[in-house]
Design a protein around this ligand. Structure first.
Ligand SMILES: *Cc1c(COP(=O)(O)O)cnc(C)c1O
Length: 359
């Protein structure tokens, strides 16, 4: 029965609508990114029906499942495709983000073989140092090749990604660089492109502050719709009408009893080879839960909603809470609820031991 990851479809719909409406008012289309929920088809359907014009994932297996189980939704691959998945890509998704000529040529060949035209967004490196073309001359030459030579591809537009690896904050200046590079591509190919894709959830504050350059007309939003915590916690901005509790982790208490708070004996290493520091707070009531690091990855990415309960730590399959001050009293068999941040949600969603429940 437990642990479960409970997904509130109504709250997810509200979040998608609120984000799509703030973006829409600024002339921006939203692609809803579902990789954090393992490409869940129910979530994809809710997001698509509530303002996300396209559904995106970084993983081909998730897109293939969506193609089968949620047919009719336009799909976008947001990780640069592997050459080995080019055939699957063109059969499954109408659009992908790209940054490599060899990949583009392989996708073009696959699209030709499948008899389809595949839309590409060319990714510009703006300093976060993950995917994207850094040299401007190469960026323009790549666009010209797609436009003039790769007949089974359509240059839909340009894009960038910030924040994920290099922690670089999207600013109006960075977005201006993307628009400027796009305009040089447009001079070279002699037409305007449809899409300028200015990043993910970390670009939402720019939209809310009215600072997004006008030509940026597309964002790819996952965290800001599904989890919806980072922009509020880290930058103090929240879109009206969004909820922080679309997702709830529920786990069952296996044992609840009073014990010393500091381990007894010679303290060496834990199961993950970490040397921990344990504070002595005397004897306190502790609860042991049937969920662990194997399910959520990082204990510091989950927090109990029970008032007075404090997360002490975890091993692979157990989570330990201090519940001395918890209200009400915690006993074996109780089901406790937790908030989960992005990374924890990503782990929980792929854990075979965590059942998804929709409300
Ligand atoms: C994951 C991803 C996104 C979505 O990021 P969020 O922070 O969840 O909004 C957007 N673009 C790319 C390229 C991604 O890999």
């Amino acid at each position: 029965m437990y642990p479960t990851l409970e997904i509130d479809k109504g709250k997810l719909a509200d979040n998608a609508r609120a984000v799509a409406s703030v973006c829409g008012a600024a002339g921006i289309d939203v692609a809803g990114v579902v990789k954090v929920v393992n490409g869940d088809p129910v979530c994809a359907r809710v997001m698509y029906e509530n303002g996300c014009g396209r559904i995106a994932s970084s993983r081909m297996d998730q897109l293939e499942r969506l193609h089968r189980e949620a047919p009719g939704i336009p799909l976008l691959l947001v990780r640069v495709p592997m050459i080995s998945e080019a055939d699957a890509l063109v059969r499954t998704a109408g659009m992908s983000l790209n940054s490599d000529r060899d990949v583009l040529r392989a996708v073009n060949a696959a699209a030709g073989k499948a008899g389809v035209v595949h839309d590409v967004i060319l990714m510009r490196e703006l300093g976060d140092l993950r995917e994207g073309v850094w040299e401007e001359a190469e960026y323009i030459a790549m666009a010209v090749e797609v436009e003039n030579e790769l007949k089974h591809l359509r240059l839909a537009g340009t894009g960038t990604n910030l924040g994920c690896y290099g922690s670089i904050r999207p600013t109006a200046e960075k977005m201006g660089e993307l628009v400027a590079a796009t305009e040089r591509i447009e001079s070279a190919i002699g037409r305007r492109v449809d899409i300028i894709s200015g990043g993910g959830s970390t670009s939402l504050p720019l939209v809310m502050g009215g600072e997004m350059p006008e030509r940026v007309n597309h964002l790819r939003v996952g965290e800001g719709i599904v989890v919806c915590k980072d922009n509020e916690d880290l930058y103090g901005v929240k879109i009206d009408g969004t909820h922080r509790d679309v997702l709830t982790l529920k786990a069952e208490v296996l044992e609840a009893r009073v014990k010393p708070s500091r381990p007894i004996g010679e303290i060496a290493y834990d199961a993950f080879r970490v040397k921990n520091i344990y504070t002595d707070r005397g004897e306190r009531r502790r609860a042991l839960l049937g969920v662990g690091k194997v399910d959520y990855g990082y204990p510091d990415q989950i927090s109990p909603r029970t008032a007075g309960a404090e997360l002490l730590g975890a091993s692979s399959d157990h989570t330990i809470l201090d519940v001395e001050d918890a209200d009400p009293d915690i006993r074996a068999g109780d089901i406790l609820t937790f908030d989960a941040l992005y990374a924890a949600v990503a782990f929980l969603s792929v854990s075979p031991g965590v059942r998804k429940v929709y409300i």
